[in-house]
Design a protein around this ligand. Structure first.
Ligand code: SF4
Length: 172
């Protein structure tokens, strides 16, 4: 059975920077939960950050630039939390690989978990296109990352993977 690495806040765990959760509702998500497919993980908490914690944004690029050492993750007070974000990303990848997950379903907009949109590093609520740090690392390892807005696409990929030999390439 295909497993799905999922942001802990999306399964209802109150681990966001503000101490909240962002639970996903809906039939597909509940079915995956009941099937035991979901592997909840919070990169920021596992990387050593507290709940609650100061908001953080990527300054100088997106998650790929952080992996390449050309951007940093800073809190709104200017504290550098890049090391914690990188550690969380590495632990998320390890969790995915341990469980055999080839799909991740991660929270949009997060500097760790975003797959389309982050914030521009000015703490003014200005969105820009880009991946979070964990998303970037998972993608580089060949794991397909989706947001909570893409449940139908996840379902299509699940069906496809479950008719593909495990060693086969991921469908485009
Ligand atoms: Fe949710 Fe990811 Fe933020 Fe953790 S790091 S609270 S899993 S969005």
């Amino acid at each position: 059975m295909e497993r799905i690495l999922v942001s802990s806040c999306l399964v209802g765990r109150p681990v966001r920077y503000d101490g909240a959760a962002r639970p996903v509702a809906g039939g597909l998500f509940e079915r995956w939960r009941a099937e035991g497919r979901l592997v909840p993980f919070c990169p920021e908490v596992s990387g050593g950050l507290a709940v609650p914690r100061p908001p953080a944004e990527i300054v100088g690029g997106d998650g790929h630039a952080v992996l390449d050492g050309t951007a940093q993750v800073l809190t709104d007070a200017g504290e550098d939390v890049t090391a914690e974000f990188l550690r969380g990303a590495e632990l998320a990848l390890a969790a995915a690989q341990r469980s055999g997950a080839r799909i991740a379903l991660l929270k949009e907009g997060s500097p760790s978990c975003a797959s389309h949109r982050i914030y521009d590093g000015t703490f003014t609520g200005t969105p820009v296109a880009g991946d979070g740090v964990t998303t970037a690392l998972l993608e580089r390892a060949g794991i397909q990352v989706f947001s909570e807005k893409d449940l139908t696409a996840v379902d299509s990929l699940l069906r496809s993977l479950e008719t593909t030999p495990p060693s086969g390439p991921l469908p485009a």
